[in-house]
Design a protein. Structure first.
Length: 77
């Protein structure tokens, strides 16, 4: 596997550079996403990969919603 597709769905909110954002933590490395679009993750090692997504406000605080945060583990072969 050379690429992993990261795609998510937002409900009742938008993300932007000045407003809410998504913090993606992939194998411990954080990325801030401010544009709602699918992303390809490249350069991952084979084996287990952990992806955690958190909806945060403009100040970086976690927004309290039932499905926030969400974390998934996948195995790349």
């Amino acid at each position: 596997t050379k690429k992993l597709l990261l795609d998510f769905y937002l409900v009742n909110t938008e993300i932007s550079a000045e407003g809410n954002k998504v913090r993606a933590t992939i194998n411990g490395k954080e990325f801030i996403i401010n544009e709602w679009a699918p992303y390809y993750i490249e350069g991952l090692p084979l084996g287990e990969v952990t992806v955690k997504l958190e909806l945060i406000n403009a100040n970086g605080a976690l927004i309290d919603t039932p499905f926030n945060p969400v974390e998934r583990k996948v195995t790349l072969e």
